[in-house]
Design a protein around this ligand. Structure first.
Ligand code: NAD
Length: 277
């Protein structure tokens, strides 16, 4: 529907089943893009507990599933904390498929959440460094490649509803996602003259691996069952349901396609109407 034939995409944090990155990578491949699937690779650094991140085996499986479905994908380990690894991931796209047209900065951590009085610097730094600095590295090196190619490109950053309002108990996450909004606007200004469009998507809740942890954490913190917590959430959403990975994947496919040539610098709520600004 969005005809991404001939386009090459790189998605960070796309190596976890049920994740937004997996869904976006699969959708882009289904639209014809050649996709580099990257993730931290759980057995590599082990800086974060394995239950919160995609394993290398999962990442390889996701790439194989795309190929089995008739698409084109290659897996590649890339820790977004490390600028050299981002440079390496962009190089992987260029070496494998000849160019880079679409960069999706999706990798993020949505745990390490506590109230400000109990928030330690190491957790603040971990969240800000993955969610904001990692996006900065991704934008910088994707844009460099796209400028060298000379025919534009599309960069999509996955922000959050938490980029648009505060959430008690999630200061580092909220701050990182608000930062992504400012970074998106600034990058859109700097790269507009190169026809590189930079947008972010702001999802509300999706029950991915990260989302499942948040359901457990915030329902327990509020003394609610997970069912009650989710029902209360749904009752606040005009469209009456939480988000699906497919909602985000179809938005990404649209934004990076030639159907959105005049959209840049936007931080698009995909939240069933829960967020409207
Ligand atoms: N699920 C939600 O409700 C929701 C809502 C709004 C925004 N988001 C954002 O969407 C993005 C994807 O989250 P998800 O819900 O699909 O969760 P997820 O846990 O499935 O995906 C996050 C991915 O990021 C990877 N990652 C973590 N640290 C990394 C690092 N240093 N380098 C490379 N990869 C790393 C993980 O391995 C994982 O595969 C995140 O940025 C998240 O903040 C999620």
């Amino acid at each position: 529907m969005y005809a991404l034939d001939g386009k090459v995409a790189l998605v960070t944090g796309a190596g976890r089943h049920r994740g937004l990155g997996e869904a976006m990578a699969k959708r882009l491949a289904a639209e014809g893009a050649e996709v580099v699937i990257t993730d931290i690779g759980a057995e590599k650094g082990q800086q974060f507990a394995a239950e919160h991140i995609g394993t290398t085996a999962e990442m390889d499986e996701i790439a194989s599933e795309i190929v089995a479905a008739g698409g084109t994908a290659t897996p590649h380990i890339c820790d977004v904390l490390d600028e050299d690894q981002i440079v390496g991931a962009v190089k992987k796209a260029v070496d494998t498929y000849g160019r880079l047209d679409i960069m999706i900065n999706n990798a993020g951590i949505g745990y390490l959440m506590t109230d400000i009085l109990n928030l330690e610097q190491k957790d603040w730094d971990a969240v800000l460094n993955v969610n904001l600095r990692g996006v900065f590295f991704g934008i910088k090196h994707a844009a460099q490649q796209m400028i060298a190619q000379g025919d534009g490109g599309s960069i999509i950053n996955i922000a959050s509803q938490a980029a648009k309002r505060g959430f008690a108990g999630a200061a580092a996450y909220v701050s990182s996602k608000h930062g992504v909004v400012g970074l998106t606007r600034t990058a859109a200004l700097e790269f507009g003259p190169h026809n590189i469009r930079v947008n972010s998507i702001c999802p509300n809740h999706v029950t991915t691996g990260l989302g499942a942890w948040q359901n457990e954490h915030f329902s327990a913190a509020g003394g609610q069952s997970e069912d009650d917590y989710l029902s209360a959430m749904q009752s606040r959403i005009p469209l009456g349901r939480v988000g699906l990975t497919s909602d985000i994947a179809s938005t990404a496919a649209f934004l990076c396609s030639d159907q959105a040539p005049y959209i840049t610098g936007q931080n698009l709520d995909v939240s069933g109407g829960e967020e409207m600004h």
